[in-house]
Design a protein around this ligand. Structure first.
Ligand code: GTP
Ligand code: MG
Length: 466
């Protein structure tokens, strides 16, 4: 693996790596050349040893070296470089997880001249020291923040190097192509035979397709990482709040037979078919609402505009009076699913026919009150969101918009390279430049050629101690 050409800081850093507050244990992590020395200053093992062995816990006490007072009972683990998270010497002190013991341990280590770590600095060191690439470093943040099991699985696949491996294979193919083109350009006098251009174009096409296929996994896969907003909208009293309660599995919203019950919108997180969803219930849409309700209607419209998916709820007993034209103006195109609710109130006979006469729109018939048809609705939601486009089961997937954008740039450069081969006269220099540009885009994803400010932006979003 190429080690990114960035200066190594080399000083010793410390941070609390467990969440702030009360917990079973609290972990203070130290990394750098003085990690062991600083920790030994404040820790007294129960059974003193010459030198504690690496990667093994030692039981003992944290002491304030100023006065020898016992701060806490603790475990210490020394992990000597290079087989550590950062590839530097790392020490962890595991004390009791109260705010005060953790703060005190941190303070004692800082008093040894150790610097407080920046957010993400441990992971950044792992990256700078070549233990993981940038894609894997980002996977660490995704694992910590995973909002669903599928999100976790995708992040894990990214951390284990599957995505990096795929990117490197493409990189390798491009590098070979570039070398051949470059040799031909650099030594025209050597009577090298011209490259086989149609073969060259084919290889570029194959690589471009590979890049394109990888980039297109984003569309679906990112939903699992980033989550979606699902807005429940419709006219007053059609059963929107009842439906929200059914879908989130608890009585979250007030339900009543009075139209205009929901005024403000309300949000509730839920995982639907593996996708983290922010479910939003809104005020019923009507023109003649009085002032407060009218504000609610305005808020609802705004939510509907930005929804990833709108569940437009319709009362089955009022199908004929539904203002479909107005609804179509409002609903986001291609992102609307009609939910025909209260089907328990209409005779089954003839319902099919009446539903078939609806305007062209995917729909599902349910009774939110009796919870019938809900599984079908969940399945329809999943199909709408993912479009059943791809089989994402074990392949490398893209969930990060930064990766998607760089892959798109790579693909576009390869398209230009392909066109260049077809151009008459063909400009070899431009062909080489496009291939180089495509390579650089891949290098940016892996962290080999990523500008410093982008790296800063990535690691700043990490939590302290990670
Ligand atoms: N029979 C029947 N009644 C339902 C069904 N779903 C909801 N209701 C009833 O319809 C009434 C209105 O339900 P809500 O969930 O408050 O409707 P809403 O769309 O949120 O109404 P607003 O907030 O006023 O816009 C309540 O009395 C519900 O019990 C259903 O599937 N069948
Ligand atoms: Mg409501």
């Amino acid at each position: 693996m190429r080690v990114p050409a960035l200066p190594l800081e080399g000083d010793t850093i410390v941070a609390v790596s467990t969440p702030f507050g009360v917990g079973g244990i609290g972990i203070v992590r130290i990394s750098g050349p003085d990690a062991e020395k600083a920790a030994n200053h404040i820790f007294r093992p129960k059974t003193p040893a010459e030198r504690s062995s690496s990667h093994r816990f030692t039981y003992g006490h944290v002491l304030d070296p100023e006065n020898d007072f016992v701060v806490d009972e603790a475990l210490m683990v020394v992990m000597r470089a290079p087989k550590t998270y950062t590839r530097e010497d790392v020490v962890e002190v595991h004390c009791h997880g109260g705010a005060e013991p953790v703060r005190k341990v941190l303070e004692l280590i800082v008093a040894q001249g150790v610097r407080l770590a920046e957010p993400g600095e441990f992971t950044r060191r792992a990256f700078m020291n070549g233990r993981i690439d940038l894609v894997q470093a980002e996977a660490v943040a995704d694992i910590v923040e995973a909002k669903s099991e599928t999100a976790l699985r995708f992040a894990q696949r990214q951390l284990d190097g599957r995505l990096s491996g795929e990117l490197r294979a493409v990189e390798e193919a491009l590098r070979t192509l570039l070398m051949e083109v470059q040799a031909w350009l650099d030594f025209p006098e050597e009577d090298l035979p011209d490259p086989d251009f149609s073969r060259l174009r084919e290889r570029i096409e194959v690589t471009a397709r590979r890049v394109h296929d990888l980039a297109s996994t984003y569309e679906e896969a990112h939903l699992f990482r980033d989550g979606v907003s699902l807005v429940i909208g419709g006219r007053p009293n059609v059963g929107k709040s009842t439906l929200l309660n059914v879908l989130v599995g608890k009585d979250r919203a007030i339900v009543s037979p009075t139209p205009g019950t929901t005024r403000d919108y309300l949000e509730e997180p839920v995982v639907l078919a593996g996708i983290p969803v922010c479910m939003i219930d809104t005020a019923g849409l009507r023109e003649d609402a009085e002032e407060i309700e009218a504000q609610g209607v305005a808020l609802a419209r705004r939510q509907i505009e930005t929804a990833d998916l709108l569940l437009y709820v319709v009362d089955a007993t009022l199908l004929e009076s539904e203002p479909w034209d107005r609804m179509k103006e409002l609903a986001p195109k291609g992102r609307t699913l009609a939910v025909i609710n209260k089907v328990d109130l209409v005779p089954e006979a003839g319902l099919e026919d009446r539903l078939r006469s609806l305007p062209q729109l995917p729909f599902v018939a349910v009774s939110a009150l009796y919870r019938s048809g809900i599984e079908g609705l969940q399945e329809a939601i999943r199909a709408q969101l993912t479009g059943d486009r791809l089989e994402l089961d074990s392949r490398a997937v893209i969930t990060n918009v930064r990766h998607r954008n760089a892959l798109t740039r790579c693909f576009e450069a390869l398209e230009r390279a392909r066109e260049q081969i077809l151009a008459r006269p063909m400009m070899g220099d431009l062909l080489a430049a496009d291939l180089r540009y495509a390579l650089r885009a891949l290098g940016e994803i892996l962290g080999e050629t990523t500008p410093e400010e982008i790296l800063n932006g990535i690691f700043e979003t990490f939590c302290i101690g990670k």
